[in-house]
Design a protein around this ligand. Structure first.
Ligand code: PEP
Length: 254
């Protein structure tokens, strides 16, 4: 099994040009000096207006992602950035469906499905985020919730499309809260997600797809999460804002 694995940073609406430059310099020199194992890739998603500044740092083992993209192709959608424009700029891919987009901007998996199709159509990689909230976890419907998210968002895709999709399982109760899913909870959900993908697209696709965990990943819990058989890396928020902590998470790939 030669699945790709990833450590990706989601910088959200943080940093200035100078602090982003410092972060990118810190991370890229770290990767140059101590590259992660060859199956691993590192990437970062700065705010959209910072992508041009970050482009020179992009390399074969450091990818740039957008945090979001429009659900429409082009035209009169003030404030939006299209997948064609992201591809034209030269970024590798885009995150879609982050829980903050779902919660604060009312995105659902029907809207996210449009974004996925447009991104793939423009040859961008997609990091698709899914995950249950605390109330859903408490009444033990997390599998139903995440299963439905994936079945809806992926309903118009074929097995070929899945080659360019990375799934990030991010339980909402663990994002930015300091509370991490235990490695066992993460493994259980990743296994369930892989089975859902197998059900939809076949076993081979399910074995190949990278499923990242997100939710308060830190230097001190990354290695244990990465050791789980179905955890193929992490989408990191808060700990990606400083090169010391992000590099320590990259170090946990060894
Ligand atoms: C995220 O925003 O995707 C995330 C996982 O954030 P944090 O690591 O801060 O919980």
């Amino acid at each position: 099994m030669n699945r790709k694995k990833y450590v990706l940073g989601n910088l959200k609406m943080n940093l200035t040009q100078q602090s982003l430059r410092n972060l990118l310099e810190g991370v890229s020199s770290y990767i140059q000096n101590s590259p992660p194992p060859s199956s691993w890739q590192v990437g970062m998603a700065p705010v959209a207006i910072h992508l041009p500044l970050a482009l020179p740092f992009q390399s074969s083992n450091f990818q740039l992602l957008a945090q979001n993209c429009a659900a429409y192709e082009k035209g009169a959608y003030t404030g939006e950035v299209s997948t064609e424009q992201l591809a034209d700029l030269g970024v590798s891919g885009t995150i879609v469906g982050h829980s903050e987009r779902r919660e604060y901007f009312h995105e659902n998996d029907i809207i996210i499905r449009e974004k996925i199709k447009l991104a793939l159509g423009n040859k961008l990689k997609v990091v698709y985020c899914c995950g249950e909230n605390l109330a859903e976890r408490k009444i033990s419907i997390h599998e139903e919730v995440v299963g439905l998210q994936i079945r809806t968002a992926f309903s118009e895709l074929t097995a070929d499309h899945l080659e360019n999709i990375i799934i990030a399982y991010e339980p909402v109760w663990a994002i930015g809260t300091g509370e991490t899913a235990t490695p066992q909870q993460a493994q259980e959900m990743h296994h369930f997600i892989r089975n859902t993908v197998a059900d939809l697209f076949g076993k081979q696709v399910a074995q190949q797809i990278a499923i990242l965990y997100g939710g308060s990943v830190k230097p001190d819990n990354a290695a244990e999460l990465f050791a789980q058989p179905d955890v193929d890396g992490a989408l990191v928020g808060g700990a990606a804002l400083k090169s010391d902590s992000f590099n320590a998470i990259i170090q946990a790939t060894h």
